[in-house]
Design a protein around this ligand. Sequence first.
Ligand SMILES: Cc1cc2nc3c(=O)[nH]c(=O)nc-3n(C[C@H](O)[C@H](O)[C@H](O)COP(=O)(O)OP(=O)(O)OC[C@H]3O[C@@H](n4cnc5c(N)ncnc54)[C@H](O)[C@@H]3O)c2cc1C
Length: 350
Amino acid sequence: MEDLILKGQTLLVEKVINQGICIGCGACVGLCPYFQYFDGKVVMTDQCNADTWRCLQLCPKADYEETSPELERTNAGQGEIGPHQDVIMARARDKGIREKAQYGGVVSSLLIYSLEKGHIKSAVLTDSGNRLSPAGTLAMNRSDVLKCAGSRYSASGGLSALNKAIKAGEDSLCMVGLPCQMEALARMRLMKPDGEEMDSRIALKIGLFCTWAVDYRGLEAFLKTKDVEGAVKKFDIPPPPAEIFQVMTEKGQKSFPLSDIRHLIQKGCTLCQDMTAEMADISVGTVEGNDGWNTVVIRTDRGAELFNAAVREGWLETNNLPVENLEHLKEASRNKRARGKKTGIERLKG
Ligand SMILES: Cc1cc2nc3c(=O)[nH]c(=O)nc-3n(C[C@H](O)[C@H](O)[C@H](O)COP(=O)(O)OP(=O)(O)OC[C@H]3O[C@@H](n4cnc5c(N)ncnc54)[C@H](O)[C@@H]3O)c2cc1C
């Protein structure tokens, strides 16, 4: 009997954490009190005797069949970059936002616009870390959003902040996250017994393009060996063919060959087949060869309504995405899917 009771959590630990393929999305943290996120790692603090297996149902790496969003993806039938209504180029009109943002500031603009217009009440974002790894945080206004602008190339356990907000009774939430985090949310909708209720609290999902994320502690150690110390103002991995990793601190900017940090890529990321956050309402990435702009994939009616309203009301400037950029995005997306599939098959073969 005891074995049965412990099985959900035990399986998650066996299938994901002990295999080293946890990607630190944070979906299980706060859902179950016995998973905690600390400094870039999800750790189990005690045995859980709930028999709902919610942690397993939500985990994007546990392959729990009943909550698999795979069907949604294949039914959509829109090829390499997932279901979409439009793909365009955009940037924030507000220079103050663009200065803080990673690229064109579309994500931060949409967030500030939605908060100020009351389309959402709060947003779960990733902070910049304070001597520890970046972590999820709840943003309520422009200042909170701008504090989180920019990209941290390691996991943040951000979904733990969403679980906490839902538990605290928050609704009209927006979640900004990586493809794995969008998958956890797609699984949430199908999760028994209370996934639908939890999902109903989320008003908007903004996904970020992602090729991979690196292990936070490994990155910290790497930066120390390169004499990068103190607060990092910005990280960047400029689009190909640059092949560099840039770190900006108060002392200036340092660049390293991307090959120097490839060994830090999280093992779980090598299994991922989604580059463009296909399960979001809107997905946002860079525009190769066009600094300061974003590629925006508008997927759902909810995403389209919000994006179009932000454009109409003067928050965002748009342009056509050159055909060659779209083709390259599709190619990168195809490649990531093929790599992920291959790694998965090799893993099964042992
Ligand atoms: C790990 C990682 C890998 C990426 N890989 C690619 C890629 O291969 N190709 C590509 O085109 N784009 C990639 N991106 C997306 C890109 O870096 C920008 O986030 C995106 O273009 C939005 O730009 P923006 O100017 O609108 O962002 P901003 O307005 O600056 O907003 C960025 C938002 O990202 C959130 N964020 C920051 N770090 C994280 C994190 N670790 N986890 C979850 N959310 C986070 C913040 O909360 C913030 O709200 C990646 C991002 C991350 C975090």
